[in-house]
Design a protein around this ligand. Sequence first.
Ligand code: ATP
Ligand code: NCN
Length: 201
Amino acid sequence: MRHAHGDGRRARIGLLGGSFNPAHAGHRHVAERALRALRLDQVWLLVSPGNPLKPRRGMAPFAERLASARSIADGRRIIATDIEARLGTRFTVATLALLHRRFPRACFVLLIGADNLFQLPRWKGWRALARGTPLAVLPRPGETRRALSGQAARALARHRKRPGALLDGCGTSRHAGWSLVPAREHPASATAIRRAAGRVL
Ligand SMILES: Nc1ncnc2c1ncn2[C@@H]1O[C@H](COP(=O)(O)OP(=O)(O)OP(=O)(O)O)[C@@H](O)[C@H]1O
Ligand SMILES: O=C(O)c1ccc[n+]([C@@H]2O[C@H](COP(=O)([O-])O)[C@@H](O)[C@H]2O)c1
């Protein structure tokens, strides 16, 4: 993969992991807002081979979800990738460890919607994950306030940073930190799209 970092600094890559069942304008909005607010070079849409917390029922095949993610990417700044399936990982903490090892010069930041900040304490190894990789949280309708007063936000309160400073000294601080990215809340959701299409939820 080519990294756009003409000035010689480390490539700044936002990782937007998701089921993409299907991909939608909310994902594109998150990627575009993060590119700008965090001065990223690229956002990778990491299509999950299977979210450990989501039921398999109603989950479209991987190839279909990858194609869906590609349809909202631009192939330049926003790239859909099957790397998580190729690495053979499903837990994000494991995916991140392998990505850091495979791309040691890249500066990664994990992009999540506010619903996932609230859920973070249910993720495997979430404290180690948050220590090792910066987290950028995007507001989401009906989720932002609850997430900011939830268990993860409280536990990580003293590591919160300004979005503009989140990637400063990438990988050298004792705790990677996290930020809320200021952005308009986008109402799109895959559940709503599946429901409107009459698909199994
Ligand atoms: N409209 C949105 N605003 C902010 N974040 C979003 C939005 N849509 C998705 N995300 C985030 O993008 C990531 C991948 O989302 P995912 O593919 O699960 O889509 P989803 O719409 O949340 O799906 P579902 O409704 O099936 O749970 C998650 O971190 C999610 O929080
Ligand atoms: O690692 C975990 O324990 C874990 C638990 C739940 C979700 N995730 C990841 O969170 C990302 C968003 O998932 P989803 O299904 O809400 O789009 C995706 O990359 C999942 O693999 C990861």
